[in-house]
Every structure is written in structure tokens, then in C-alpha cells.
Write a protein that binds this ligand. Sequence first.
Ligand SMILES: [Zn+2]
Length: 270
Amino acid sequence: MKQILKEKNIFKCILCDSENINIKDEKLLCLSCNQSFEILNDKIVFSKSYFNTDKWVNKSERFQTLDYGQYLMNKIYGPKIKDMPNLYGNGGICINLGSGENNFDEYINIDLGNYKNVDIICDLEKLPFKDESISLIVCNSVFEHLKNPNKVKQEVLRVLKPNGYFYLCIPFMCIRHHEIDYRRWTSYGIQEFLKTDFEIKESGPCRSPAQGLISYVNAFLDLTIKNKIIKKILSILWKYLSAPLYLLKVENSEHSQSLAQTIYVVCQKK
Ligand SMILES: [Zn+2]
């Protein structure tokens, strides 16, 4: 378990909202309602309904695409998640909400899934933290998978310190990529979603329009061409034909955000 979780008393009971919490003997115990939460393999388990899979894609049996991801370039624009604690963390606690298989030492990694590097397994609609205890929350390609994005936003608001930062990366011109993939936002839509509670500090393409186009055509060939030989030939052709598109300059403009595969927003709690 990360040292910061033992040192700093940031927990709040998800059942009774008490802040009277003790960590002892591989258990986290609420001294008010007596509920205990297990610590298994260094992970504090607040939800039993987790995905017990090694990899996020293993969960998706209905959506077994594709060859398309194997050689696509995944270049990220805007601030990098590993740099954000220095930029926006203000020396406080940083959490990676819906961390999946990512591993960032600077963050407390939180997910409903029982992945290797997760520190806390919990429902994102009910975070086990005190009000106004967190300095920075990053959320990378998670909101499209949420049943209730509004509820999760309310939890983000509750646990963030005043003036705390929230980084979101969300897909826009991105193919459906999982059986638990529910929605898309435009740049205007995500700003509308955030603006009542947050001041938008920065936004732009996170993955470029070219990356969206390239992966779309790949997926299209994979899903619509039945003949395996023709599919292979077209895929290889597209691989070389599309390669120069990666070299196109990606500007932080409205045009880019109208076409980008994913969009990022950095905002600050009002
Ligand atoms: Zn309790």
C-alpha cells in the first residue's frame, strides 16, 4: 500500500460518512459504523463488484476488435499525466480516477477494476475520501464508460480542494472501443458539462484528428471487408498511405477540436 495512504488520514466511510477511520491489521475500519474494508494485495477494497480481469479488454467479449491498435501511433498532445502533479498538484494528494492498467507512482490509482497497479478499488460514484482533501484529479478516457457521469462529477467536486484541478481526456472522433462505451462529447459539450462548477483553464486535442481518421479507416477495413487477403492488403496499403498524416502539425485550435480523436480539458474548481 502506498505510504501516503497510511500517513495521511484522508478517508471517509462510504456507508456512514464518518471520518473516524482506522487502518490496522490489513483492514480499514470505520469506528463509527464498525464496517471494515479489506486490504487485499495492497489494495483497499471498497467495492465487491469489481471487474476481476487482468486487462480492461478482457471484459469486452462482444467487441473483439481489431488488428487496428497494434501499430497505430499513440501520440498525446496537451499536458502529460505524469507531469501534472508538478504543474497542478500543489504538493497535495493526486488521484488517478479510473486508472485501469496505468501505473503512476505520483498518484493514488483508483478503479472499479482489480488491476495490478490499482491502490483503491471502489465505485467512482462513491469515493472514500474526505471532502476537500484532494489537490488534483486526472481522469484519462474514463467518462465515456460511466453510467452516471454527473454523479462522478459531483464526487470529484466534493473531494477536490477549493481551487483544486481536474484533468479530463475524453474521446470525440473515436470508434466505439468497448462493450462498456456509452457516449461522446464535443469540445462545447464537455465545457458545458463542466462550466457551472469549474473554470476551464486549458483545452485542446489530446489525440489528433489524423489519429482519429487513421484508426477509423483501420477499424472500417477490419469490420467491413470479409475477405482476409483483401483486408490484409488494404490494411497494409493504408498503413503506409496514412503514415505521413502523423506528421501534420496539430494546432490547439477550434478546428482541431472539431476533428480530434480525443479532447482534453484542464479545469479548476470554482
Ligand atoms: Zn461507517
